[in-house]
Design a protein around this ligand. Structure first.
Ligand SMILES: CC(C)(COP(=O)(O)OP(=O)(O)OC[C@H]1O[C@@H](n2cnc3c(N)ncnc32)[C@H](O)[C@@H]1OP(=O)(O)O)[C@@H](O)C(=O)NCCC(=O)NCCS
Length: 255
């Protein structure tokens, strides 16, 4: 959060009894322009709607082509419609209760495990693997450089002629007031470059990431997945013992 522009991009809502909620407005560049993401925490739904409205106005004035709010899957869509927000995509958080018994999943012949020598290699592999993903937003080498996680948690599968074929990135997180065993190992990115898919690379790298998170003292694991993912990534995660723990609905306004 170090470079987040709090003054311009966040607001708290207060009344005589204290804070009622706050909103943060993130943004990233996608193939269809800037996509904003509104994160709210609120003591009541009227407060949340007021904060969302502020975030939507800011996003639109700042030139975003769309703004998203990730809310519980059963959130009342009729309450959001007047703001121009409509449901567009279910997303899941999938959890693994612990890091015991991760199945052995060796890399297919012709591939070797590596930690990317340069951030540019990781960025390029991510961009190739995710180019067709819903709301794809390319990453830069600088973003990879500032990731701030142990280097051995960014894994790449390389071919014999040193072409990157798949990437898995993970991270250690601590959450207050959370039912998961802490710290949580977050599997942030799982991507295989088209042409190298369906050979077990995604499974092998994710299994290896879980083993490494275990060595870094993670006590549970989580990831987020598009429930309409056309490459059915959730099946791969189920095979590794992940189960749906929380269902989101992504609501979007478009301009
Ligand atoms: C999802 C993704 C990471 C899977 O990567 P992958 O390397 O193809 O994964 P795997 O090979 O381990 O498993 C994928 C499928 O290949 C099958 N498979 C594995 N080895 C195989 C082999 N030797 N021959 C044929 N099929 C095989 C698996 O059974 C699995 O099948 P399923 O989809 O029917 O369940 C990849 O499709 C991708 O990068 N998608 C775009 C980015 C994305 O959506 N990432 C997930 C974000 S949450």
């Amino acid at each position: 959060m170090g470079d987040f522009d709090w003054e311009a991009r966040s607001r708290a809502l207060e009344n005589g009894t204290g804070p009622q909620g706050f909103v943060l407005v993130w943004h990233r560049e996608g193939m269809e322009g800037t996509v904003a993401r509104l994160e709210t925490a609120a003591r009541s739904e009227p407060a949340r709607l007021e904060l969302l409205e502020w975030g939507l106005r800011l996003s639109r004035a700042a030139g975003a082509s769309a703004a998203q709010a990730w809310l519980p899957a059963d959130y009342d869509a009729a309450a959001l419609a007047p703001l121009g927000l409509s449901p567009v995509r279910p997303f899941w958080r999938m959890d693994r209760a612990d890091l015991e018994g991760v199945p052995a999943a060796p890399l297919a012949a012709g591939y070797r495990l590596a930690v990317p020598a340069q951030p540019g290699v990781a960025a390029q592999t991510f961009n190739q693997a995710f180019a067709d993903h819903w709301r794809f937003s390319p990453v830069t080498a600088d973003q990879v450089r500032s990731y701030g996680q142990p280097a051995d948690l960014c894994l790449i599968a390389m071919t014999e002629d040193d072409t990157p074929a798949a990437i898995v990135w993970s991270a250690l997180e601590e959450h207050d007031a959370d039912t998961r065993a802490q710290p949580v190992g977050l599997v942030n990115v799982v991507g295989t470059v088209p042409g190298h898919r369906r050979q077990g690379l995604g499974l092998a790298l994710t299994a290896e990431a879980l083993r490494r998170l275990d060595r870094h003292s993670a006590r549970s694991a989580s990831l987020y997945v598009d429930a309409m993912n056309p490459t059915r990534a959730y099946e791969l995660y189920r095979r590794l013992g992940f189960e749906v723990a929380y269902q989101y609905q992504v609501f979007e306004a478009r301009w």
